[in-house]
Design a protein around this ligand. Structure first.
Ligand code: SF4
Length: 402
C-alpha cells in the first residue's frame, strides 16, 4: 500500500490510507504503535466527511495527526478533466500515479445515480467491440485509485454523509434531489477479476458502513469471464454479478471476447451459478450484458439460441446497442433489429431492457472509455498501423492503383 508522492522535490514514500479497508487500516495503525479504534475514526473522516487533510481530524491527538502527516496520505487520482453531457451524465478523466489516465462515469437515472468505475489502466483482454481493449494495457489500479473514483464523485456532488442536512421536523434529508452515488458498477476500463485483491478491497469499502454503506445489491462486478477468479470471489465478497456475454455460442463469443477460448460459455455459466447460489440472499439474479452489433450477433436465430442457453439461468439481460468508436468497423443495429431481438427474449419470459445510450456526446457511453494508457502491449500501435494500411489500401483502390 506504499505510494510515492512528490513533496518539495523530494520523493517520500507514504501510505495512502484512502484504499485501506478497516482491517488493513487497523494493521497499519498497530504497526506504528497506535490503537486499533483509531481506524474507525480515520475512516469516518475520509469517507463520511471527505477530509483528505490529517490536520482537520480533530478527534485524533495532535501527536497522531503529526505522525500521519509525516508518513501517510489520503490521495485520490488527480482530476484532469470533467465533462458534462446534455443528458446529465458526467465523465472524469483521472490521472493515476504512473501518469496514465483512466475514466469514471456518473449516470443519473430516475431515483438513482450509477457510477461506472475503472479497475485497470487499459485492459489486457481485447474484446473486439470495446474501445478500452484497443488502448492496450499498462497496470492494475491500486485500491486507493479504485475507491478514489467514488470519493471524487461523491465530493463533486457534495454528497458526503456528514454534509447531508436533515430537516429536524420530519427527519428528511434536505436537498435529497441532488445527484447521489447510489450504485456502483465495476464496468469501466479493465477486467476487474484480473485485479482481484484491489477490486475486492475497493468494493468492500463501497459496501462498508464506515465508508459508503452501499447495499450489496447496488455494487456490481462485471466480468468477461475469468472463471478461476470468479470461483474465488464468493469467499470474499457478496456483490452483485454481471457477465459480459455478447454471444450465445462459443464460436461467435470467442471472436468477440477472446478470453472465451480459455474459459468457454458453459464453464462461465457454471461458475456464475455457483457464485449466485452461494450468496446469502437467494433472490439475486445475474445480469447478462449483451452488446448488439449490426449483423454480427443481432439476428433472430441468435436471439433464439440465447433463450435456449439461458433458459435455466436466473438472469436479466441488458441489451446494449453498440456504441461506435474510431478503431472499430462494427456498426450499431437499427432500432427495428434491436426491437426484434428484444421481442424474442421478452416472449420467452426474460426481462431484457434495451439500455439507453448515455453520455455519447462526451464519449462516455458503454464501451467507449479510453483514458490515456502508456501501453505496455503495443496493441494500440498495431491497431493504428493496421487502420492506416487499410486506409492506404482503400485510397489505392479508389485511385485505380491496384
Ligand atoms: S469489454 Fe471489458 S474485458 Fe473486454 S476489453 Fe473492454 S474493458 Fe477489457
Amino acid at each position: 500500500m506504499m505510494t510515492k508522492s512528490v513533496n518539495n522535490s523530494t520523493e517520500i514514500a507514504r501510505h495512502n490510507l484512502l484504499g485501506m479497508t478497516q482491517s488493513r487500516l487497523t494493521d497499519f495503525l498497530l504497526s506504528i504503535g497506535e490503537k486499533s479504534f483509531r481506524a474507525k475514526q480515520i475512516m469516518k473522516w475520509i469517507h463520511h466527511c471527505g477530509v483528505d487533510d490529517f490536520s482537520l481530524m480533530t478527534d485524533l491527538s495532535k501527536a497522531l495527526r503529526e505522525k500521519l502527516m509525516a508518513m501517510a496520505e489520503i490521495r485520490p487520482p488527480e482530476i484532469v478533466s470533467q465533462q458534462d453531457s446534455n443528458d446529465g451524465t458526467r465523465k472524469w478523466v483521472l490521472r493515476v500515479t504512473s501518469g496514465s489516465c483512466v475514466e469514471a462515469v456518473y449516470i443519473p437515472e430516475k431515483g438513482r445515480g450509477t457510477l461506472c468505475v475503472s479497475s485497470q489502466v487499459g485492459c489486457s483482454l481485447d474484446c473486439s467491440f470495446c474501445s478500452t481493449g484497443k488502448q492496450g494495457f499498462q497496470r492494475d489500479l491500486t485500491a486507493s485509485e479504485i475507491i478514489g473514483q467514488v470519493w471524487l464523485a461523491v465530493k463533486s456532488f457534495d454528497g458526503f454523509k456528514a454534509h447531508q442536512k436533515v430537516d429536524k421536523k420530519n427527519g428528511q434529508i434536505i436537498n435529497a434531489d441532488k445527484p447521489k452515488v447510489t450504485n456502483v458498477v465495476m464496468m469501466g476500463m479493465g477486467e476487474p477479476l484480473l485485479n482481484f485483491d484491489n477490486v475486492v478491497d475497493g468494493m468492500n469499502l463501497m459496501m462498508d458502513d464506515l465508508a459508503y454503506g452501499l447495499s450489496k445489491r447496488r455494487v456490481t462486478l462485471s466480468t468477461s469471464g475469468v472463471v478461476p477468479m470468479l470461483d474465488k470471489l464468493g469467499a470474499v465478497s457478496d456483490c452483485s454479478l454481471a457477465i459480459s456475454l455478447h454471444a450465445p455460442n462459443d464460436e461467435l463469443r470467442s471472436q468477440l471476447v477472446p478470453i472465451n477460448k480459455k474459459y468457454p460459455i458453459a464453464m462461465l455459466l457454471e461458475s456464475s451459478l455457483r457464485y449466485i447460489n452461494g450468496l446469502s440472499d437467494n433472490k439475486r439474479v445475474i445480469t447478462i450484458e449483451y452488446t448488439l452489433i449490426d449483423k454480427v450477433n443481432d439476428s433472430l436465430p441468435l436471439a433464439h439460441e440465447l433463450v435456449a442457453l439461458l433458459r435455466d439461468v436466473p438472469c436479466k439481460i441488458n441489451l446494449i446497442p453498440f456504441n461506435p468508436f474510431p478503431l472499430s468497423d462494427y456498426q450499431r443495429p437499427s432500432n427495428n433489429r434491436v426491437k426484434a431481438f428484444q421481442r424474442v427474449l421478452n416472449e420467452a419470459g426474460f426481462i431484457a431492457p434495451v439500455r439507453t445510450t448515455r453520455g455519447d456526446d462526451i464519449d462516455a457511453a458503454c464501451g467507449q472509455l479510453v483514458g490515456q494508457v502508456a501501453d505496455r502491449t503495443k496493441r494500440k500501435q498495431r491497431y493504428l498501423s493496421n487502420q492506416n494500411s487499410n486506409e492506404e489500401q482503400s485510397v489505392r483502390i479508389v485511385n485505380g492503383l491496384q
